[in-house]
Design a protein around this ligand. Structure first.
Ligand SMILES: Nc1ncnc2c1ncn2[C@@H]1O[C@H](COP(=O)(O)OP(=O)(O)OP(=O)(O)O)[C@@H](O)[C@H]1O
Ligand SMILES: [Mg+2]
Length: 196
């Protein structure tokens, strides 16, 4: 699980890693929000699974499935202090199963694993320790100004240098650095205004 402030690149980082996983892995994106319920979650989790022998369910063939739970601490906390989607994931992680909601029979779920991301200053801030303990937690800090400058100037440079744009090379040399700096300072001003 990646934990870090808003906009520090958790979702982008994980999406990039998950998209470059070997063939044998498939990925299911599960973005959480305030209105995610355990029922909705179960429907999303079950969609990429198929029934195998008996009460066993798994991804098709011999594939391994990775659920990417984004913004895991967003769903509503009910009057008992429970976040219902979390209890479903925890049940699966603890016991390896969940229940069929209509037949009330067990479903053993195989060959799946979870990765997650959350912002500890949003939603319910923390998640239940009984679920949290299943994850290895990595802190993601906001990129430094130097890194941001490198990211933005290489993006802009690439854009200006592309053959279809036909920009004058002198213009490229002169404009990349100041434009990136200006963008960063405008960005900072906007963030500061948002915070007040
Ligand atoms: N390595 C990167 N290179 C270029 N752009 C990036 C990189 N990492 C993040 N970004 C950009 O930064 C912005 C914020 O990233 P992202 O949405 O992943 O943040 P987040 O940590 O998931 O935020 P939140 O907690 O609000 O979900 C996005 O527009 C993304 O495209
Ligand atoms: Mg995100």
């Amino acid at each position: 699980m990646l934990v870090g402030g808003s906009g520090c690149g958790k979702s982008a980082l994980l999406n990039e890693i998950l998209n470059s996983m070997p063939e044998e892995y498939s990925v299911c994106n599960v973005p959480f929000n305030y209105y995610t319920t355990s029922e909705l979650l179960q429907r999303v989790l079950e969609k990429p699974l198929e029934k195998k022998a008996g009460r066993n369910y798994a991804p098709p063939g011999t594939k391994k499935l990775i659920y990417f739970i984004d913004d895991i601490n967003m769903p509503m906390v009910d009057m008992y202090g429970t976040v219902q989607p979390h209890t479903l994931i925890r049940q699966h992680m603890d016991y390896g199963h969940w229940y069929d909601r209509t037949k009330h029979t067990l479903k053993d779920i195989h060959n799946v694993q979870y990765v997650g991301a959350m912002n500890p200053t949003a939603g319910s801030f923390t998640i239940n320790p009984r679920l949290q303990r299943h994850f290895s937690v990595f802190a993601v800090s906001f990129p430094s100004m130097d890194s941001l400058y490198r990211i933005y100037s290489s993006l802009l440079d690439q854009h200006l240098k592309s053959a279809t744009m036909k920009f004058n090379p002198t213009l490229i040399r002169l404009s990349t650095k100041p434009t990136s700096k200006k963008y960063m300072s405008l960005n900072q001003m906007a963030t500061a205004r948002e915070a007040t």
